[in-house]
Design a protein around this ligand. Sequence first.
Ligand code: GDP
Length: 374
Amino acid sequence: MKELEHVKAVHCAGCGILLQSEQSDAPGYLPETALKREPVICQRCFRIRNYNEASSVAVDQDDFLKLLGGIAATNSLVVHIVDLYDFEGSLISGLQRFVGQNPVLLVVNKVDLLPKSMNLNRLRNWIQQQAKAEGLRTVDIVLCSAKRNIGFEHVIEALDRYRGDRDVYVVGATNVGKSTLINRLINDYSDLERELTTSRYPGTTLDAIHIPLDDGKSIIDTPGIVYTSRMTEIVPRSFLGSLLPDKPIKPLVYQLNDGQTLFINSLVRFDFVEGERQSFTLYVSNAMNVHRTKLERADKLYEEHRGELLGAPSKEELDEMPPWTRHSLRIPRGVKKDIFISGLGWIQANGTTGAIVDLYAPKGIKVMLRDSLI
Ligand code: GDP
């Protein structure tokens, strides 16, 4: 990344990060013209100071792990925000190792995307089990929608209950809604005097922003961690608006015979290879285009119509993405299972008869069979 070269190593007076003017969503960004501003602060600090508004920045896994490594030595409440819609994709695996003795509050965002009829107790149990399977011990789990302002009072209550005299570290993957949530926190919770602390994390130049609370403690906003195993991270940015659902997902039910194929845009191919006629339910953004065909025609169809009839991304954009890899999955009889495709959604198999399916997705994207969320 290009640092600002004509001036020697300029650091942000707000958070201490080395400034750069190339990548607007990476830490330390400020437009070159803003260098003359006094004091020199990065765009992220500038927004918090002037507009009470947090914005997203992202770092790769290595940088993020360095940052996490420091949390164990602090006395803090770690608030881990995950996206319910991309739960396994947005959970920070190994978080437990890094937080030491500090309590972890799991905030599960975007509950507005699930059907209203959803049983919340069942959902909470499901989350608890998944988190436990990932080795994460949580003091509590809070469900909310930062965007639609659902359950936010529970977030505040939980913060009050578990914070004590600690700082609050907010950690999460990109696109989980961390900025949206922190913006609510800033406005509802802190007595921010539009003044950034210049205190830095001891021993490191971190891009974590300290947002002061009225009791002298801080909310510390850390950069979003980028996982390239999520579809949201590898599609062209212009496509993100279609991929990320904005409204409650309308499940799409397909009655399929074996030997049939579904394409979800040009991103994913689902082959029902073997099994009795049964239904599969798609939980994907309502802006996605689903195309059904015969398995024997699928190769040719994709070759001829990817990026066009099948839907975005375009051929050129697809060529920039990793090629497909095939996941062969055996769905057992008798339990409802989801074929989870990180960042895209999931396909629910109703489990009455069992099935063998093939799922094609860009190489590296997390694809797994899990117990049904719904
Ligand atoms: P960050 O990268 O984690 O800081 O995430 P942002 O706050 O920038 O949000 C990422 C995307 O998710 C944006 O398109 C938001 O509008 C959306 N978003 C955030 N919170 C929610 C929510 O509670 N529900 C829904 N449906 N979308 C949300």
